[in-house]
Ligand binder design. Structure first.
Ligand SMILES: NC(=O)c1ccc[n+]([C@@H]2O[C@H](COP(=O)([O-])OP(=O)(O)OC[C@H]3O[C@@H](n4cnc5c(N)ncnc54)[C@H](O)[C@@H]3O)[C@@H](O)[C@H]2O)c1
Length: 324
């Protein structure tokens, strides 16, 4: 019988790509999503519109669909909002995860892939971070992801749950236009947003200790990230599996380099405005992604140009404005 995985947050940007990759790998998926930021049009598998906090419904779904494991992406993810509304973030990212773990234990569902984040590292002071780098998140969002990892680890010790916590770096690009990132919090969508308003994008801080003075980040194509979930799921066939993996390319691009790539791909002339550095913004955050490549044999296949180009071609309003 084909395995069926529950994907919480599967109507979101990354979740929808994960569902596609599962399908391509011959794994069935069922999505639960409350559509707080997701879009039902991204989903073409059985879909339940619900808050993951509804434990009875989650348990019933686990049983009815004979779920093998859960990919848990459903979470709030805006750093600044998490600083204004920490209780909301602890409730939706931590309490909901506790309830999900309880429902999984009740229904004997013993495999979990968890969306963690490079935000668990906080102020990074080395050129690359491996998974053993100290975790000192600097905002409630990052804290909720780190607490999530602890909860899962401890539940695994107690129950034998098999898990992989994937610490995503900066996710970008799209597999197809209808799955594109509709949010405006990541760098590339922010640049598009500024262009769409007829404005120039802002670079926060030009005096960082990096080659061109702007922050350096590790960008990962969402299709590569989705493939990492499939590889992680395969690894959970191993009894006792409990993994924490960075998912990045292991290569940094500066904010200026990314904006230059947007200019090149879009054929627009872009003259970014310089803004003040944001407090608590580390100069460089780049993954050491050796562990996932050694353990899972996973490697990224897409480069920055493909990330920017796929995202750009999913912007019909900007594309048509460019043609007029
Ligand atoms: N995008 C990134 O760069 C990035 C980086 C690191 C980690 N992450 C993590 O990846 C996950 C997915 O992020 P995304 O970029 O796809 O964001 P997204 O907002 O597009 O997707 C999140 C999905 O979860 C749903 N959701 C949220 N809370 C829910 C709840 N209580 N019950 C049911 N559904 C709920 C939303 O409606 C949405 O469809 C999140 O956990 C996020 O923290 C994202």
């Amino acid at each position: 019988m084909t395995d069926t995985w529950l994907v919480s947050g599967g109507a979101g940007y990354i979740g929808a790509h994960v569902v596609r990759s599962l399908q391509a790998a011959g794994v069935d998926a069922v999505v639960i999503d409350d559509l707080s930021t997701g879009d039902a049009r991204r989903v073409d598998v059985p879909f339940i519109q619900a808050d993951i906090a509804d434990c009875e419904l989650v348990a019933e779904t686990l049983r009815r669909h004979q779920i093998t494991g859960v990919v848990h992406l459903a979470a709030d993810k805006q750093v600044e909002e998490s600083m204004r509304e920490p209780l909301t973030y602890y409730r939706r990212n931590v309490v909901n995860l506790m309830q999900l773990l309880a429902a999984m234990a009740r229904c004997d569902v013993g495999k979990l892939v968890f969306s963690s984040s490079a935000a668990v590292y906080g102020m990074v002071d080395s050129p690359q971070v491996d998974e053993d780098h100290p975790t000192r998140p600097i905002n409630p969002y990052g804290e909720t992801k780190l607490i999530g990892e602890w909860l899962i680890r401890d539940q695994a010790r107690a129950t034998g749950l098999r898990y992989a916590a994937l610490r995503y770096f900066n996710v970008a690009g799209t597999a197809s236009p209808e799955l594109a990132d509709a949010g405006r919090t990541n760098l590339i969508p922010m640049v598009f947003d500024a262009l769409g308003r007829g404005e120039q994008p802002v670079i926060y801080g030009g005096q960082h200790p990096t080659p061109d003075g702007t922050c350096v980040r590790d960008f990962i194509h969402v299709q590569d990230l989705a493939a990492a979930h499939v590889a992680a799921i395969d690894a959970l066939d191993e009894p006792g599996a409990g993994h924490v993996f960075n998912v990045g390319c292991g290569r940094g691009y500066s904010v200026r380099e990314v904006i230059d790539m947007v200019a090149e791909v879009s054929g627009r002339s872009i003259e970014p405005r310089m803004g003040a550095a944001r407090p608590g913004d580390p100069a460089t955050v780049v993954a050491d992604a050796e562990r996932i490549s050694k353990v899972l044999g996973w490697r990224p296949r897409h480069d920055l140009r493909e990330m920017v180009s796929s995202a750009w071609h999913a912007q019909p309003r900007l594309l048509s404005a460019g043609q007029s």
